[in-house]
Design a protein around this ligand. Sequence first.
Ligand code: AP5
Length: 216
Amino acid sequence: MRLAFFGPPGAGKGTQAKRLAAHHDFTHVSTGDLFREAIHDQTALGEQVDGLLKAGQLVPDDVTNAVVAEKLEALGYERFVLDGFPRTVEQARWLLAHLAEHDAPLDAVISLRVPHEDLVGRLSRRRTDPETGSIYHLDFNPPPADVPAERLVHRPDDQPDAVRHRLGVYDDETAPVEAVLRAHVRFFEVDGTGPLDEVQERVGEAIAEDRGLSGI
Ligand code: AP5
């Protein structure tokens, strides 16, 4: 089973991909997390992408595709859920061709729909825990009391200017990816608003709706 989450910054891709991965023994492959790990570990890749992430700009396609190729190869092209990739038309075309070469096509794309006006509020109140990878929202999904507040990170690209820039990049570069994916992969639109558990249920229903996918 090979899945991808699609949607704008703050739609809940990471939140729902982590839940799906935990419940169904998938590996969650987030290009954003892979870049942030590289920055944290001060690798050559990290140095290359640090400024781009802080500014909310996309990492070049060839760099991103190479990172994904290495990760998917390590997973044997099985049981993964992509999050944040593909997000350009070039990346989408590359992914479809690369997976076809390995006889491992995507089974489904889940697109989380959330109005743009909700996204800024979600991102400005997001906190992440680098130790566990957990994603919180100070109001909608608060961290448990035993997680020390000083451990939580407010991502630099969640500052208002960077968020506005990321939403513009999404509209210009990523929204057109939808047509490419729709033409080649089963594409499910899921309402991403409301409580996290309800969104998770909708994601599960969308996947189960297709009998061919019910075996996850
Ligand atoms: P990345 O880390 O992929 O960020 P993103 O796509 O902008 O997505 P986010 O992580 O901001 O949001 P999300 O949809 O995962 O939402 P989340 O679950 O956290 O990319 C970061 C950067 O890396 C890019 O800007 C770029 O520089 C680079 N990059 C990454 N991939 C790349 C690529 N393919 N090509 C080139 N460059 C790339 O939820 C958000 C908040 O909302 C949280 O606080 C959460 O608790 C809350 N929330 C979730 N669900 C709900 C709900 N139902 N109700 C209320 N709040 C909710």
